[in-house]
Design a protein around this ligand. Structure first.
Ligand SMILES: [Zn+2]
Length: 426
C-alpha cells in the first residue's frame, strides 16, 4: 500500500527474467497488430489507429496474463514493453522507437493527462471497460504514471484487481502461529499492529484480510481506512484515498477522521515522523490501528519507530504486534522436477503454462514479533536492533524457518528462497 508505481523501485536487470525465449512464449497469446517503422510512413490517421489498437491490445493482454503492472520503457533503440508477473518483470515486446512517443501519448490521452508536458511526472486513471483476467479476476482499476527520462518518456500502468481470492487471513499462506498472532491482535480494542516488509511483499493484502477479520469477529465496529492508493474495495470499510502531495495527506486526514471516533483505523503506511506522531495519539486514545511500514524485519521496524521520535514508554504501551512478510513464487505444478533431496523434493523447470519461469502464483511467508513483557522491557532499556532480533527469534519461527518449510513441502524451491531472502537454506 502506498507504493507509487515503481518510480523509485525498479528492479535491477539481474532481478528480471529477460530471456528472449520467454518473450516468444508470451507471444503465443493474442495476436497484436504489428507495427514497424515502415508503417509509420503510411498516412497519419492509419498509424494513429494502429497505435490505439496496439495499446488496447497490450493492456488487454496484461490483464489476461494477470500482470500487476505494465512498463513502457524507452531504450536507445526501442520502446520496451514489460509485464510484471508474480513480482518479476518480463520483456513482452520491443516496439520501434519511431512510435514510442505516440504510444506514451495514447496512454496520456486515455488518462486525461497533458500530452504536451513531457518534462514532468504525471499520474492518472485509465478507463477499464470489461477487462477480465483468466482466473475470474476482473481488473478493478488501472493507473498510469509517466516520468521523463533521458531516453524519452517512460510510463508505468499499474493494474489493481478485485477478487484476487486472498480475502481471509487463512488464505494468505502464513504458518498457523503467524495467522493466530494476527487473528488475536485484530480482536484487541486499542493499540497498534504493524505489518512490515519491502515494497511488493503483500503488506496491504494482509491489512485488508485483517480488516475483514475484524468485521466478522466483532461485527458493528466502525473501520476507516486511509490509503494511497486504495487497492481493493472492502465491503463494510469506509475507505479514503490520500493525496500525499495535496491537501489530504496522512496527518491531516488522520486528525480529521479521529474527530469522528472510528474504532478501527487502517492507515496505509507510516512514512514519516509526522504521521507516526498522529498514529501514536490515535492508538493511545482507544483506537485499534492497523498499519504498514517499509522495513526488513520486525526488530528494524521497532528501532525505526523510535528513531521517528516516539518515546520508548509510548511505543511499548501502544505496539502490540509487529510482523514481517515476503512473497515467494510457488512452483509450477505442470513442469516442476522431482529431485532426490528430501529437504527440497521439487525444483523449477519452466514450460509454456508458466511462461518459461518454472513458477506460477505466489504465497506469503511471515514472522511475528509480539510485544510481550520481555520485548517491552528490552525497548524501555534502549535495546539494539540485534538484541530485539534475538528476542524475536526465541519467540517465533523466522522467515527462513518458514521458507524451509515451504521448500520441504515442495511448494517452492531453494533458488526462489535465495532470490527473495538472499539466504540459502540448509
Ligand atoms: Zn511450468
Amino acid at each position: 500500500m502506498g507504493v507509487i508505481p515503481d518510480f523509485t523501485f525498479f528492479p535491477a536487470r539481474s532481478d528480471t527474467n529477460t530471456h528472449p525465449r520467454h518473450a516468444s512464449l508470451w507471444m503465443k497469446g493474442k495476436r497484436l497488430p504489428r507495427i514497424t517503422g515502415h508503417d509509420m510512413n503510411a498516412t497519419k490517421s492509419d498509424s494513429g489507429a494502429a497505435v490505439v489498437q496496439l495499446v488496447e491490445g497490450l493492456l488487454t493482454r496484461a490483464v489476461e496474463q494477470r500482470a500487476s503492472d505494465v512498463h513502457f520503457e524507452p531504450t536507445d533503440r526501442s520502446l520496451l514493453v514489460r509485464f510484471r508477473l508474480d513480482g518479476l518483470l518480463h520483456d513482452i515486446e520491443e516496439l520501434p522507437k519511431q512510435i514510442a512517443e505516440n504510444v506514451i501519448a495514447r496512454l496520456k490521452v486515455m488518462a486525461g493527462l497533458l500530452t504536451y508536458r513531457i518534462d514532468i511526472p504525471q499520474e492518472g486513471a485509465l478507463p477499464t471497460p470489461h477487462l477480465a483476467g483468466k482466473d475470474d479476476r476482473a481488473a478493478l482499476d488501472m493507473r498510469v504514471a509517466t516520468f521523463p527520462t533521458i531516453r524519452g518518456e517512460r510510463a508505468v500502468v499499474r493494474v489493481l484487481y478485485s477478487g484476487t481470492g486472498l480475502n481471509e487471513l487463512e488464505d494468505l499462506g502464513f504458518d498457523p502461529a503467524m495467522t493466530d498472532a494476527l487473528r488475536s491482535a485484530a480482536c484487541r480494542h486499542a493499540g497498534m499492529i504493524l505489518v512490515t516488509g519491502p515494497a511488493g511483499a503483500g503488506k496491504s493484502t494482509t491489512l485488508y484480510a485483517m480488516a475483514r477479520h475484524v468485521l466478522t469477529a466483532s461485527p458493528g465496529r466502525s473501520i476507516v481506512a486511509l490509503e494511497d492508493p486504495v487497492e481493493q474495495r472492502v465491503e463494510g470499510v469506509t475507505q479514503i484515498q490520500i493525496a500525499p502531495h495535496g491537501d489530504l495527506d496522512y496527518p491531516r486526514a488522520l486528525r480529521s477522521i479521529l474527530r469522528q471516533d472510528p474504532q478501527v483505523l487502517l492507515v496505509g503506511e507510516v512514512r514519516d515522523a509526522h504521521t507516526a506522531s498522529v498514529i501514536v495519539e490515535a492508538s493511545l486514545t482507544g483506537h485499534l490501528l492497523l498499519t504498514t511500514m517499509h522495513s526488513g524485519d520486525p526488530a528494524e521496524a521497532v528501532v525505526r519507530l523510535l528513531e521517528m521520535g516516539i518515546p520508548p514508554y509510548q511505543l511499548v504501551s501502544m505496539l502490540s504486534l509487529v510482523t514481517s512478510q515476503r512473497l515467494v513464487r510457488t512452483l509450477c505444478t505442470a513442469c516442476r522436477r522431482a529431485t532426490d533431496r528430501s529437504n527440497e523434493p521439487y525444483a523449477h523447470v519452466g514450460c509454456e503454462a508458466c511462461h518459461g519461469t518454472g513458477y506460477f502464483g505466489r504465497t506469503a511467508i511471515g514472522q511475528s514479533f509480539s510485544m510481550d513483557a520481555s520485548a517491552r522491557a528490552a525497548v524501555l532499556d534502549h535495546a539494539s536492533a540485534d538484541a530485539l532480533r534475538e528476542l524475536n527469534a526465541k519467540q517465533s519461527p523466522g522467515l527462513l524457518d518458514n521458507a524451509e518449510r515451504l521448500v520441504r513441502d515442495g511448494i517452492t524451491d531453494a533458488d526462489e528462497i535465495r532470490r527473495v531472502l538472499g539466504q540459502s537454506i540448509t
